[in-house]
Design a protein around this ligand. Structure first.
Ligand code: CP
Length: 297
C-alpha cells in the first residue's frame, strides 16, 4: 500500500489485514517505533476526532508529527497544495494526512507526487472518509462479527455524507448482509454504491442490528437542500421511539460531531446501546494500522 485514499480501492484481504493489526495494537501496550517516518497534518477543514486520533496514533508509533496551520502557511501567499507537499517531502516528511473540502483531491495529489510522500485521506468533501469506515467496521465486528447476517441502517443526510459513502464501499467489500440508507427525500443519495435506500424510517430500522446516525451537516447544505429541522426531528431523529423499531440489542453509532437534540437524543447517545465513544477509541488503533501499513509498504 503506497497511499490510503479510498476504501473502495482496498481488497477484502487488505481490509482484514488492517483490522487484524488494529486489534493487535488495541490488545498490546508495546508498539513498533518509526522515528524516521515524520508525518505532517494538513487539515483544510475543522476536525477533532480524526485529527487527534491520527496524532495519537503517530505518537504511539514514535513518528514525529508536524501540524501545518493552513491559515498561516505559505499557501496564503499563493503556493499550491502540490508545492507545499513537494516541499514537505524535500524536508523529509514521509506521510501526509490531508483533510480537504474538495472531492478527490487526495487522489490527484497521490498521482502527482507518486512515491515521494504517502498521502492519507482524512476526509474529502462529500466523497470519502476511508479511515472512518475502517474504525466503524472494527467497532461493529468487535460486537457482531458475523457480517453476512447483519442488517446495518445508516440514518440521516446520506446525500452529503462521506461517512455513508465510504461505509457503503466497505460493506460491499466485506459482504455485510443488508445495508439500508434512510433519509428524507431531499437527502436521498444520488448514487448508491451498496444497499438500498428508503424514506421510511420504521421500515429501514426494522430488525436492524446496527444503526449509524449521521450528523445534519448544516455547513454543506445548499438552499435547495434545506429542510425544516422540526420535521426532521419528528420523522428521522434517533429517539427512544424510533430506536424501538430496531433489534433490542442494536448498536447505536455516530461518527461525530453530534448535534444533540437534532439528529440524536441525549438518552440514546449516552444510553446502553451507544458505542459512539468506542468508535472514537478504536479510531486511534485503526489509524495506527494505516500508518504501520504505509511504513511497511
Ligand atoms: N468523524 C469525524 O470525522 O469527526 P471529526 O470531524 O471531528 O474529525
Amino acid at each position: 500500500m503506497n497511499h490510503f485514499l479510498e476504501i473502495s480501492e482496498l481488497s477484502r484481504q487488505q481490509i482484514d489485514s488492517l483490522l487484524k493489526t488494529a486489534l493487535m495494537f488495541k490488545q498490546q501496550n508495546s508498539y513498533p517505533a518509526y522515528p524516521s517516518h515524520p508525518v505532517a497534518f494538513l487539515f483544510y477543514e475543522n476536525s477533532t476526532r480524526t485529527r487527534v486520533s491520527f496524532e495519537m496514533a503517530a505518537k504511539h508509533l514514535s513518528m514525529p508529527t508536524i501540524h501545518l496551520d493552513m491559515a498561516s502557511s505559505s499557501e496564503s501567499k499563493g503556493e499550491t497544495i502540490e508545492d507545499t507537499l513537494e516541499n514537505l517531502a524535500a524536508m523529509g516528511i514521509k506521510q501526509a494526512v490531508v483533510r480537504h473540502q474538495q472531492n478527490g483531491i487526495q487522489q490527484r495529489l497521490a498521482q502527482q507526487l507518486g512515491p515521494k510522500i504517502h498521502i492519507i485521506n482524512a476526509g474529502d468533501g462529500t466523497q470519502g472518509h476511508p479511515s472512518q469506515a475502517l474504525l466503524d467496521l472494527m467497532t461493529i465486528l468487535e460486537k457482531k462479527p458475523n457480517v453476512s447476517q447483519l442488517k446495518v441502517a445508516i440514518l440521516g443526510n446520506i446525500r452529503h455524507s462521506r461517512v455513508a459513502n465510504s461505509f457503503q464501499h466497505i460493506a460491499k467489500t466485506m459482504g455485510i448482509g443488508e445495508l439500508v440508507l434512510i433519509a428524507p427525500e431531499v437527502w436521498q443519495p444520488e448514487i448508491i454504491h451498496y444497499g438500498q435506500s428508503t424514506t421510511q424510517l420504521s421500515e429501514g430500522l426494522a430488525n436492524a442490528d446496527v444503526i449509524m446516525c449521521l450528523r445534519v451537516q448544516r455547513e454543506r447544505l445548499e438552499d435547495s437542500d434545506q429542510m425544516d429541522l422540526n420535521f426532521y426531528r419528528n420523522h428521522y431523529a434517533l429517539t427512544a421511539k424510533h430506536l424501538s423499531y430496531a433489534k433490542p440489542d442494536a448498536m447505536v453509532m455516530h461518527p461525530g460531531p453530534m448535534n444533540r437534540g437534532i439528529e440524536i437524543d441525549d438518552e440514546i447517545a449516552d444510553g446502553p446501546q451507544s458505542v459512539i465513544l468506542k468508535q472514537v477509541s478504536n479510531g486511534v488503533y485503526a489509524r495506527m494500522a494505516i500508518f504501520d501499513a504505509l511504513v511497511r509498504g
